[in-house]
Design a protein around this ligand. Structure first.
Ligand code: PGA
Length: 259
């Protein structure tokens, strides 16, 4: 039986690096650290162009591959799109869906929902990203998060819950230009709410077991606090996943935490 992981560190390489040699080099360094983990799964989501090259290097212990996006149809006349069937066929088991950078390009909750359902149908585990663009004192962002979850998970079945991870990524905390990551206690508040919303949607206690990750300006320096005080099951890392030494440190810290 496949090992069940409680902790996850996801590398979202976005549109980097620029060539396959650099991707192989970065991946090889990450793999060395990942195989040493005791209870953490490292999911590497490179540009799909490099996926075959990387999966051929070996689907090692504690490593899985993911796509950063997928289309909602299995095949057909959809120029430029990649289907979840193709992604699964390339030995990837995970798919990030609804990342804020895709939503900024026009992806709606309805489109996210179609992608979520197609990915699940094809046996992929979905890393569903949600996150508000700003926090207001009145707490409107909580309603926004609830709506994102409800609409993205419409028609998803209780049975499919085990194929879902939620990544809480406040948009204001993402990327090099972000001033700061989210305060760990605020992350914890959202983790509790996500589980409550999931319980409302699915009406089973398994909803409380869905792993929740945090993403947004994660670095070795804030990893421990975010995971320990934010009470997340792991992290989704952008910029720092391109710097092998820093990403390896993040894996090491997450794996060393006991909770
Ligand atoms: P960041 O990106 O770690 O560079 O803030 C996170 C993400 O966009 O998933």
């Amino acid at each position: 039986m496949a090992k069940v992981y409680k902790k996850f560190v996801v590398a979202n390489w976005k549109m980097n690096p620029l060539d396959a040699d650099s991707a192989v080099k970065l991946f090889s360094a990450i793999r060395e650290q990942a195989v040493r983990a005791r209870e953490t799964l490292v999911v590497v989501a490179p540009p799909l162009l490099f996926l075959n090259t990387l999966t051929r290097l070996g689907n090692d212990k504690n490593i899985s591959f993911g796509a950063q996006n997928c289309f909602w149809e299995e095949k057909g006349a959809y120029t430029g799109e990649i289907s979840p069937t193709m992604i699964k066929g390339m030995s990837a088991d995970y798919c990030i869906v609804g990342h804020s950078e895709r939503r900024a390009l026009g992806e709606t909750n309805e489109m996210v929902n179609r992608k979520v359902r197609a990915a699940l149908r094809n046996g992929l585990t979905v890393i569903l990203c949600i996150g508000e663009s700003e926090r207001d004192a009145e707490g409107t962002y909580l309603e926004f998060l609830e709506r994102e979850l409800h609409e993205a998970l419409a028609s998803v079945t209780k049975k499919q819950l085990s194929q879902i991870l939620i990544a809480y990524e406040p948009i204001w905390a993402i990327g090099g230009s972000a001033e700061r990551s989210c305060a760990p206690r605020d992350v914890h508040e959202v983790v509790i709410l996500i589980h409550k919303f999931l319980k409302d949607i699915f009406r089973v206690s398994a909803a409380l077991e869905v792993p929740v990750l945090y993403g947004g300006s994660v670095a070795p320096e804030n990893t421990e606090k975010l995971v320990r005080e934010g009470r997340v099951n792991g992290l989704l890392v952008g910029g720092q996943s391109l710097i092998a030494a820093n990403f390896c440190k993040i894996i090491e810290i997450v794996d060393s935490l006991v909770f």
